[in-house]
Design a protein around this ligand. Structure first.
Ligand code: ATP
Length: 233
C-alpha cells in the first residue's frame, strides 16, 4: 500500500532524512520507532505533504505523493492524527467531527458521528463541549475520530498516546485494534512499545533519518541488542 524509497528531506540547509526506505501492505499496522529527533515526524509530514521532500519517492497504492499538496493527499485516503492533537478549540466536539467529514473514495459504509461515538463512547456524552474544554484524553480520541471522519484508507498517528493516563491509553489501543480488525491500514509513531508491538505487523526503527532495522513484533521482542541499542530498553 505504501512504499517509501530513498526519501530525503531538509529544513533549510539541515538534512533530516537520509534515504528512508520502508513499505507495508493493505490492512497492516506498521510502526516507525526510534529515539527523539531521528526523523519519524518528518517522514510522516513528507507522506502527508506537510514537508516537501528533497528527493526520493512515496507511492501510495501506486500513486506518487511527492509534489502533491496535502489536501490532495488527504483526498487520496490518508488521514493524519497529528502530534499534539490540534483539535479546533472554538468548535464543539460534534463540530470538530463534521467540519472535515468527507467520503471522497465513496466507501459503502462510511464513518459517521455515531460510529465514532460507538468506538469512543465517552465522546458522545461531551458532544456539545468546546474543543478547548475537553480533557487531553478526550481531545486525543476526538483527533482520531476526526481523522476517521475523512474515511481514509490509511490512518497515520503521531504520538497518539503521549502524556495520557494508562486507562485512556488502553482505550486508544483497544480502538486501534478494532479499527485494524475493520481492515484499515495504520502507520503509528509511539513510545509505548509493548502496546504498540501487540497490534503491529511490521516495525521500522529510524535512526538519523534512515531505517536501520525492520521486522515483525516477535523478531523485535527477541532482539535484545537492537532494543537496547536503538530504543534504549
Ligand atoms: P520526535 O519524536 O522528537 O518528534 P522524530 O523522530 O519525529 O522526533 P523529527 O521531528 O522528524 O524527529 O526531527 C528530525 C530532525 O529534524 C531533528 O534533528 C530535528 O531537530 C529536525 N527538525 C524537525 N523539525 C524541524 C523544523 N521545523 N525546523 C528545523 N529542523 C527541524
Amino acid at each position: 500500500m505504501l512504499t517509501v524509497s530513498e526519501l530525503t528531506a531538509h529544513y533549510g540547509t539541515s538534512q533530516a532524512l537520509f534515504g528512508m526506505d520502508f513499505a507495508f501492505g493493505t490492512g497492516e499496522v506498521a510502526t516507525l520507532l526510534g529515539r527523539n529527533g531521528q526523523g519519524k515526524t518528518t517522514t510522516i509530514h513528507s507522506i502527508c505533504g506537510v514537508v516537501r521532500p528533497s528527493g526520493g519517492a512515496i507511492l501510495f497504492d501506486g500513486e506518487e505523493l511527492v509534489g502533491r499538496p496535502s489536501f490532495r493527499i488527504a483526498n487520496l485516503g490518508i488521514g493524519l492524527v497529528p502530534e499534539g492533537r490540534q483539535v479546533f478549540p472554538n468548535l464543539t466536539l460534534w463540530e470538530n467531527l463534521v467540519a472535515t467529514a468527507s467520503n471522497h473514495l465513496g466507501h459503502a459504509d462510511p464513518w459517521t458521528v455515531e460510529r465514532v461515538f460507538d468506538l469512543f463512547p465517552e465522546l458522545g456524552a461531551r458532544k456539545g463541549s468546546m474543543g478547548n474544554l475537553l480533557s487531553g484524553g478526550e481531545q486525543q480520541m476526538l483527533a482520531i475520530g476526526r481523522a476517521l471522519m475523512t474515511n481514509p484508507r490509511l490512518l497515520i498517528l503521531d504520538e497518539a498516546t503521549e502524556g495520557l493516563a494508562p486507562l485512556i491509553r488502553q482505550k486508544i489501543w483497544h480502538a486501534l485494534a478494532e479499527i485494524k480488525r475493520q481492515g484499515l491500514s495504520i502507520l503509528v509513531v509511539d513510545k509505548n512499545l509493548s502496546d504498540l508491538l501487540r497490534i503491529a505487523d511490521r516495525n521500522f526503527i529510524v535512526e538519523r533519518g534512515r531505517v536501520v532495522w525492520s521486522g515483525n513484533s516477535d523478531a523485535l521482542r527477541a532482539d535484545r541488542d537492537t532494543l537496547h541499542r536503538y530504543l534504549g530498553v
